[in-house]
Design a protein. Structure first.
Length: 52
């Protein structure tokens, strides 16, 4: 995992998506309510990173 820490208990981490989110729309995965995190970018295999 890659991690950049900022002040005020804020950071950005590069992680592998949980398996239960595979092949689902980001909105349908409810990542924020389940894990308390916000997605700022998506990297799919063999494609460029997409930032939100």
């Amino acid at each position: 995992m890659n991690f950049i820490a900022f002040e005020d208990n804020f950071g950005i981490a590069k992680i592998k998506a949980p398996a239960e989110t595979y092949n689902h729309a980001l909105a349908d995965s409810h990542i924020r309510s389940r894990y308390g995190v916000a997605i700022v970018g998506v990297k799919r295999a063999n494609k460029n990173c997409q930032y939100t």
